[in-house]
Write a protein that binds this ligand. Structure first.
Ligand code: A3P
Length: 321
């Protein structure tokens, strides 16, 4: 229950009451801060992480908009980076018995929500952490050190459908939330989805990745689906963990793709009946795991409206090509 875990200080309470407020999806309210909409709890954790997170040069930050494939990215990067210690061929691999969220922690929910002054030395080396923060709220240390960022994004309509289903299953304390897909589409198009507008979240990281390609690797869910092996090679190169010829010959890259696949992870016992510390069932992180499910849920009218707004916001960025 978030109320037990979470205590706001007075300055934060004052700030929150001064911000524009809208109906939330999973908890009653979302607030607009510097152009982005957040649950108050999330915003507070971003501030804490901004103040206290001291990234190390060797750290890896996985940044995503919610529902773009964070679970998958956590599994892939953990496996790439730790393959010497935990062989992806092994039947003892940690991913076979632990959910990716239990292995790679989120800066907000796992690190700064339960404890404002967490012991960061307990992070593995290199530390891999995940965040849904927009680029502008990242801790300075993330930008000032040599730590690397991988940003994962996804087709906005698939992201919306995924979030809509997830929000329905994961509401807090019987909160009713967004009740119909029509209402969800409307909120989405106004940018009022937690961490949204999605186009601004994506654009800021996209621009930063063009400016600093050695610092930020920008990848899409669709690329990971259509060319997993070459994307994994590129990610490993970017992180400084390139696959050797020997590893390539052993089928290592394929083994990682298979181990981290939706089919494999979603059927493991831990992901079928396990729960996160904060009570969320791991199975809610696995729904369909494909590309284009929006076609099964959205009317032509909804599609036109969503496409128009996304195209308008992203035009000229090079992201639509
Ligand atoms: P769908 O709801 O479209 O199925 P996140 O991890 O950021 O919360 O995103 C969740 C989305 O990623 C869900 O999408 C989920 O099914 C999908 N997903 C989870 N694990 C995956 C994996 N190993 N491979 C591909 N997609 C995965």
């Amino acid at each position: 229950d978030e109320k037990i875990l979470y205590q706001e200080d007075d300055d934060f309470k004052k700030l929150i009451t001064s911000l524009p407020r809208e109906k939330g999806w999973r908890v009653p309210d979302i607030y607009q801060f510097q152009g982005f909409w957040y649950h108050s709890l999330m915003l507070n954790c971003f501030f804490e992480s901004q103040k206290h997170f001291e990234a190390q040069d060797s750290d890896i930050v996985l940044a995503t908009f919610p529902k773009c494939g964070t679970t998958w990215l956590k599994a892939l990067v953990f496996t790439i980076v730790n393959r010497k210690k935990h062989s992806p061929f092994s039947q003892e691999h940690p991913l076979l018995t632990s959910n990716p969220h239990a292995i790679v922690r989120s800066l907000e929910f796992d690190i700064f929500l339960p404890n404002r002054t967490p012991d960061l030395s307990s992070l593995t080396t290199p530390g891999i952490v995940a965040t849904h923060s927009n680029f502008g709220l990242l801790a300075n240390s993330i930008l000032e050190t040599k730590c690397r960022i991988i940003y994962l994004c996804r087709n906005p309509k698939d992201t919306f459908i995924s979030y809509f289903h997830y929000a329905k299953k994961s509401r807090f304390n019987y909160y009713e939330g967004i009740s119909s897909i029509e209402e969800g589409v409307d909120m989405f198009c106004k940018g009022m989805i937690p961490c949204g507008p999605i186009w601004n979240h994506v654009l800021d990281y996209w621009k930063a990745s063009l400016d600093s390609p050695d610092k930020i690797f920008f990848v899409t869910y669709e690329e990971l689906q259509s060319e997993p092996v070459s994307m994994l090679r590129r990610m490993a190169d970017f992180l400084g963990y390139s696959f050797s010829d020997e590893e390539e010959e052993s089928g290592m890259v394929d083994a990682i793709v298979k181990l981290c696949s939706f089919e494999k992870l979603s059927n493991l016992k831990v992901n079928v009946d396990g729960k996160a510390g904060y009570g969320l069932e791991y199975k809610h992180y696995f729904r369909k795991g494909g590309v284009g499910d929006w076609k099964n849920h959205l009317t032509n009218e909804m599609v036109e409206r969503m496409d128009a707004v996304v195209e308008e916001k992203l035009q000229g960025s090079g992201l639509m090509e």
